[in-house]
Design a protein around this ligand. Sequence first.
Ligand code: BGC
Length: 839
Amino acid sequence: MIVFLACILAASMHAQAQAPAPGSPAIEAKAHEMLARLSLEQKIELIGGVDSMYTHAIPEINLPRFKMSDASVGVRTWGPSTAYAGGVALAATWDTGFARKLGESLGRDARARNVNFLLGPGVNIARSPIAGRNFEYLSEDPYLNSVIVVPYIEGVQSQGVIATVKHYALNSQEYNRHNVDSDADERTMREIYLPAFEAAVTKGHVDAVMNSYNLINGVHATQNDFLNLKVLKGEWGFQGILMSDWDATYDSVGAANNGLDLEMPSPRFMNAKGLLSAVKDGTVKESTIDDKILRLFRTALRYGFLDRPQFDPADATYAADRAVALQGARESITLLKNEDHLLPLDPAKIKTIAIIGPNAWPAITGGGGSSEAQAFEPVSTLTGIANLLGPNVHVLYSRGLPDSATVIRNTHWEGPVTATNFPSKDFTGTPETATQQPFGDTGQGRRAPTPPDNTGRSIRYTAGYKAAKDGKYLVLTASQGWGTSVKVLADGKELETPPHAEGQVPPFWTLDLKAGQTVNLQADYVPGYGARFGLGITYEPDLVMGDATEFARLADVVVVAVGFTPNTETEGSDRTFELPWGEDALIQAVTAANPHTIVTLTGGVGTDTRAWLGKVPALLQIYYPGQEGGTAVAEVLFGKHNPEGKLPVSFDRSWQEDPSYAYYYPVKGADTSLHVTEPDHKPVDYVIPHVKYDDKLMVGYRYWTTTGKHPLYPFGFGLSYTTFTFSKLEVPKSAASGSTIPVSFDVTNTGSVEGAEVAQLYISDPSAKATRPERELKGFEKVRLTPGETKHVTLELDARAFSYWDETAHKWTIDPGKFVIRVGDSSENTPLHADVTLN
Ligand code: BGC
């Protein structure tokens, strides 16, 4: 009976949010008391993870293990979970209140799955449109990231769950992520790449930080004294746990002495072999190890992890989570083009609608990699529209394009495919040869057994293909599995990836063939974990499915749902700037059949629209909208929800015009070698690819506004079904440098429907001694207004808003003189401006 009552009491207590307690002398004493009971061996055990997602337990001191889970779009641990419009979509809402709400939901979802550490938010800067994880991060702007991340972290941590801000730092590319060196000067780091981490620590009081895989100025993040010791733990006063990304540790003593507190997912370096003798001979001080343990203990004690079960039966909140997921999708979807007010559509005027494209069904809730959450009943665009329209409208659906598995399966090779299996990773050793269909490793074909010494295997596939017609043929591959590599040759010549495309997914190429010509295709494939691979070839003009154009002709209006998916935009590799294969052709074919075509784009950030944008009257960027995305898309298309998302990144016309293009991949001839120690303790010489951050501060709109050139769509831009005006800007004429300065203005809804506008404040510093970007975002507010309504907005600018990083003095500096304050609805449209002089 007593046990039963205690359970009820505990359950009702757990159901309430449990924000972390502040540090206290009692917690400090308890943490030291626990530490005193550990041997050096136990201490070292504690600074490495176990079982992929846990910290180590020490039963002798009643220390349980603590569970971690990814979180960029939803809690990803076994079983389904609510998938939200996370990452870049969250930033597109420009809604700090929503960021808090999302954090709370994720925190509750984590508690419902017994999770102690949520491995998010990701706040790396979206420097280049092709970086593979932009969709998990927030925006191209350090201020927007900083303002969104703080309430998000507070929301997560208010539920008694530790948030982990990641990936610290300069992890703005996936290309060769373990070895790539991000080379950036200090001002660039301080002004662009570090502020969101700084805000997470100093304002959001985040209790965990995750180091990235890459090197920063020649030193891996996990052993980078500048980032970890000087800045994070020194200047910002971070008291929490600094963990590695998964297998991002590269040296025992280097990591132990340079700030890493926890090696995840297992102690490959921070283990007894790597550290016991180092502690004994003083290379690593025992107090350094103690500091790491105390950080874990203090944090666990503050959160109450030792006093209460982490599990909270919050699954009951699923209905509420669903509403949060829908709110995020509604608020993020960004209307980029709406010629002749095609949108909103009037359901009463539509008898037949065609929904076409690979992203129409099933729902695409998020991108690929560790952030993939298994969503509860996700709503696709097709389902969302059909649900909204009801039974009286004909909804026609075509995928529009075959999937790659179909192309691979349907390729008619000249004879069988030869698979030559080598017992090594480099096509050496005595091979076994067999013939098979289709071309690739589907898990069913013959394989050479993995050799007992685990040296791996490699497979060479070859087959001939005879072209039936003259023209362009698409050669495409589908591959899965981390660490998989494929090289494709046509008639003995390697098919080259376009410049700047190394590391991008998915590889595909076009070949010009003549009718009757036979081409011999060869794929040299080295499988990674859980690998699958296939290759196919098809005549390009045949790709677009006949029913797509047929349905487009029959319909009053067409929605084409295209863009990226977890296969084509994913952690571990960069992605193409172009849409996935066939999609340009699909849009062109559909618009030729029916000009009333609306395109919805799924994807992290910008993509190449040049082939079709001129023919498409309406375009919606939907990012990865989470499980309720289809409902929100339908509501926006039919005016049940007035679009309010604003681009958190500038949209380029082409990848070549992006300011990072010239510096994105390693500069040829600039490679140097790095001597590192591998887990087996054998020294290895890597060639480090350097990614030079020589675009410096000129990221996204900073570049566009400084050069006076214009992107396709500017940062901050997004259309609405109503109109807004800005007026009555008030700024003090002069003020003391370093004081907080109020800026106020009015925003009025001048249209006929309710809507939300994001008033954006940019600062220019024409009298600065240092060169500064032409304008920088330093304030914003989202205002929701009924027709005719006016809201008076006041924003406050603190000293940091006017400062730049002085490279000589190594500190934030304000140069007194004139500053220009601009207010408007995007980085390019700022109808209000006024000067303030700082003395
Ligand atoms: C990712 C991290 C993630 C971790 C654990 C890594 O591959 O880079 O973002 O938190 O895996 O899943």
